[in-house]
Design a protein around this ligand. Structure first.
Ligand SMILES: Nc1ncnc2c1ncn2[C@@H]1O[C@H](COP(=O)(O)OP(=O)(O)OP(=O)(O)O)[C@@H](O)[C@H]1O
Ligand SMILES: [Mg+2]
Length: 327
């Protein structure tokens, strides 16, 4: 039986851009799928197709057991959506926005009022509840939009980059809300560029790039695919980075990556602590001073690099500059 969110061969082109190039998805009921990919990968397009906002050129999709192309109105009643860009009415207050959503979903006035109050509290908007949304900060708007998506508790939810623009505390808070929702049986498709987020929240992860699924599996499976441990070291002097790269490359089992601004060099290895000792010796022999060195398990960042040959763009969005994979 197909899952609560099911898609087969979705294709969507915009002019000569192929945003989706044959995407298949299957999300079992009560689980979270993390749709991961860099800017322009096709994440939002996939969400828009699945939430009936646009029609695919090819393929089919079934959400909450309802055919998305044949019965879009029914699908809309079974799902909740929080889009990449917050969709709130600027002129209404936070409270009015939430009550309006409740009323749109045929809640009674009293119920809509109570639900709005509960969500405002939950998303730390109670103090700003009676101010027009146009006075809200970016993070407040995003939280209001998420609250709006949760006014009714639909069985299937879509969240497009729900935590982009949230500070760490609010992000943590939202993670908790999401975990509670899913514990209550909601099926969720969430897009993110934060690999850590997918790691934390998603049962299954689907990595897309250029409109194609390039990998899928649990976080552990994806990490296993990427191979074993990494040696990660921080070179003391920027000028010695190329020398350090040369040293570790000789021990490496895959691509060496360099993060210039933090002077960090990472290379996949097999051989554990013994190998680490050898790397340290060799660096010492060449007189390359290091600030830090250690072994660690692969992160989803590593998964992304090994699959696509480049890092996920979230790093750049965060104001960091990273070098792509050297090899
Ligand atoms: N309405 C549109 N008209 C033209 N091109 C579009 C349209 N919507 C999306 N695209 C293109 O389709 C591709 C996929 O876009 P999409 O918004 O799905 O990416 P994304 O994975 O959500 O990226 P981001 O991380 O930046 O949100 C991009 O090349 C984008 O420019
Ligand atoms: Mg997007």
């Amino acid at each position: 039986m197909p899952g609560a969110i099911y898609a087969e061969g979705l294709v969507k082109t915009f002019g000569d851009v192929t945003a989706l190039d044959g995407v298949d998805l299957d999300v079992p009921e009560g689980t979270v799928l993390g749709l991961l990919g860099p800017n322009g990968a096709g994440k939002t397009t996939a969400v828009r197709v699945l939430t009936t906002l646009i029609k695919p050129d090819r393929g089919r999709a079934v959400v909450a057991g309802i055919d998305v192309l044949k019965k879009p109105n029914e699908v809309r009643h079974a799902i909740g959506l929080s889009g990449q860009f917050a969709a709130v009415d600027e002129y209404l207050t936070g409270r009015e926005n939430l009550r309006m959503v409740g009323r749109l979903y045929q809640m009674g006035a009293r119920e809509a009022k109570a639900r709005a109050a509960e969500l405002l509290e939950r998303f730390h908007l109670a103090d700003a509840a009676d101010r027009p949304a146009k006075t809200y900060s970016g993070g407040m708007r995003r939280r209001l939009d998420l609250a709006a998506a949760l006014v009714v508790s639909p069985p299937v939810m879509f969240m497009d980059e729900p935590t982009t623009g949230l500070d760490p505390r609010n992000r943590q808070q939202l993670w908790e809300v999401i975990q509670e929702l899913v514990a209550g049986g909601t099926t969720l498709l969430l897009t993110t560029q934060y690999l850590e987020e997918a790691d934390h929240l998603a049962h299954d992860i689907c990595v897309i790039d250029h409109g194609r699924v390039i990998a899928r599996g649990t976080s552990d499976q994806l990490k296993a695919r990427t191979g074993g441990e990494r040696v990660e070291l921080v070179v003391h002097e920027r000028e010695r980075i190329p020398d350090a790269v040369e040293v570790v490359r000789a021990f490496g089992k895959g691509e060496t990556t360099v993060e210039q601004h933090t002077r960090k060099v990472v290379v996949p290895v097999s051989g554990g602590a013994r190998l680490l000792a050898e790397v340290i010796r060799e660096l010492d022999v060449r007189g390359i001073e290091i600030d830090d060195i250690g072994l660690r398990r692969p992160t989803l960042d590593d998964v992304f690099i090994s699959l696509t040959g480049h890092v996920a763009e979230a790093a750049a969005v965060g104001g960091e500059e990273r070098e792509g994979a050297l090899s």
